[in-house]
Design a protein around this ligand. Structure first.
Ligand code: GDP
Length: 473
């Protein structure tokens, strides 16, 4: 490999080692110092790069502000099971899919686009916060707006509350869709009042959260919901640069018998074109074709467009980021590095736990992140507030505690999944985790710490924040 990189013949490199009295066999590894020595002996200039440099410049290349233009909002539908998420997605799709010339046979590719008043809206086709969470766990945020579906003949339920926390943790604004208003026992006002208790203040109750009464099955007020989404999008002033190389996120991927690996990606900025070389997770490929949600081949895919990509060498994972790179060599370098990293991680998996305070701190230090995420559960609201205030005071210019979620009650599975996606540790104050939560935490490697004295809690967090936390007490 060294010979290859120097553009020398391997046999010459092996000969050089022989002269030094070292016989190399295939598979032998030489260290960086030796490699550097050899390279300079061959008259090459050596530039040492850290492994992490390999990915440098891959993501988050800044858009040129002057090239930015408005992009459609990307919407995820969340809410409790049976409240009508799937029905709503289907109803919106049926009534408003962007009219295609070819008669428009809709394809389920994981996301679709509709048009309302000449403006586009992209919906992620997998309802529920599981998909949302899985993406966030991989560091991708695909959603701009969360539509929270609550059935008017039911009430705010556990997954409704979880969805609210997930949207809030991600900083994504919520629009409430009060569904099933066609039902005789529908009581939308009850839903609004219940939402107040979870700090979702809808407009009609004097708040800022848009709410729309709908019926998915009777197709009532669907256009009002779309209008609310467009209004919210306008407030968010969503922009991207369609002139640059593309970047985005994988929505889903599969191995298709006829077409090979097929990934549905959401372009977040830039323009994805056939012929582009892209890296997605630890896979890469040259884009052979782009196919939209109506099964039509398209010439380009701009910001907020969901599109099927053909031509990848393998299947990436949902939530993987993708980006266009300059050439095949770069694509190979990045994916080989990532595959190696994944292998190393698998090996080291049992060595350490993610989400432990110490580990988190060392991560924060290396990555230069300045926030210390925590999920806090306590017995009563009063103690939670006292803890929040005390933790807030610990903040310095360099590091501060970020409370992802705080609430009264025992630690649940939902808390664990929230902690996992936010790389947070969980703190239980006078409360314990239930059995499912413990199992989930163990599986996800999320640390749970229990306290019954606020001082001890604050002191531990303080020490963790200064990287001085003593071993488990
Ligand atoms: P999900 O689990 O949130 O995706 O909910 P579904 O979309 O599967 O809906 C659950 C049930 O509620 C189904 O039997 C739907 O037909 C019914 N449903 C959904 N929306 C409405 C509605 O607006 N009105 C009525 N009456 N039923 C609805």
């Amino acid at each position: 490999e060294l010979a290859g990189r120097m553009a020398e013949r391997a046999v010459d490199v092996v000969k050089f080692f022989m002269k030094q009295g070292q016989i190399l066999k295939p598979g032998d590894v030489i260290d960086a110092d030796t490699a550097e020595l050899v390279a300079s002996e061959f008259g090459h200039t050596v530039k040492r790069v850290a492994e992490s440099d390999i990915e440098e410049g891959l993501f988050n290349i800044a858009d040129k502000p002057e090239n930015q233009s408005q992009r459609p909002p990307v919407v995820t539908i969340m809410g409790h099971v049976d409240h009508g998420k799937t029905s709503l997605l289907d109803a919106i799709r049926e009534t408003s899919v962007v009219s295609g010339e070819a008669g428009g046979i809709t394809q389920h590719i994981g996301a679709y686009q509709v048009e309302k008043n000449g403006q586009k809206i992209t919906f992620i086709d997998t309802p529920g916060h599981a998909a949302f969470t899985a993406m966030r766990a991989r560091g991708a945020q695909a959603t701009d707006i969360a539509v929270l579906v609550v059935a008017a003949d039911d009430s705010v339920m556990p997954q409704t509350i979880e969805s609210i926390s997930h949207a809030k943790a991600a900083g994504v604004p919520i629009i409430v869709a009060i569904n099933k208003i066609d039902k005789p026992d529908a009581d939308p006002q009850k839903v609004r009042t219940q939402l107040l208790q979870h700090e979702v203040f809808v407009e009609t109750m004097g708040g800022e959260v848009l709410d729309v009464e709908v019926s998915a099955t009777k197709k009532i007020n669907l256009d009002k919901l779309l209008e609310a989404i467009l209004l919210q999008a306008e407030l968010l002033d969503l922009r991207a640069d369609p002139e640059r190389t593309s970047e985005g996120v994988v929505i889903e991927a599969k191995l298709d018998k006829g077409r090979g690996p097929v990934a549905t990606v959401l372009v977040q900025t830039g323009m994805l074109l056939p012929g582009d070389i892209i890296v997605a997770g630890d896979q890469w490929g040259r884009v052979r074709a782009l196919i939209n949600d109506r099964g039509e081949q398209i010439k380009d895919a701009g910001p907020s467009t969901p599109v099927e990509v053909l031509g990848l060498q393998g299947t990436p994972k949902a939530g993987d980021r993708f980006a266009t790179v300059e050439n095949e060599a770069r694509a190979r370098e990045i994916t080989e590095y990532r595959q190696r990293l994944a292998r190393d991680k698998a090996v080291a998996k049992h060595a350490g736990q993610r989400g432990s305070l110490e580990q988190m701190m060392s991560q924060l230090q290396t990555s230069g992140l300045k926030e210390f995420p925590l999920v806090i559960k306590g017995d009563v609201q009063g103690s939670i507030e006292a803890i929040s205030v005390a933790l807030d005071k610990l903040g310095t210019d360099e590091v501060r505690a970020r409370i992802v979620h705080a609430g009264a009650g025992g630690i649940t599975e939902g808390d664990v999944s929230l902690a996992e996606t936010s790389s947070a540790a969980i703190i239980g104050f006078n409360v314990r985790a239930n059995k499912q939560a413990l199992l989930a935490a163990e599986k996800a490697g999320v640390e749970i710490r229990y306290y019954n004295i606020i001082y001890n809690l604050v002191d531990d967090v303080k020490q963790a924040m200064s990287g001085l936390l003593s071993p488990e007490r």
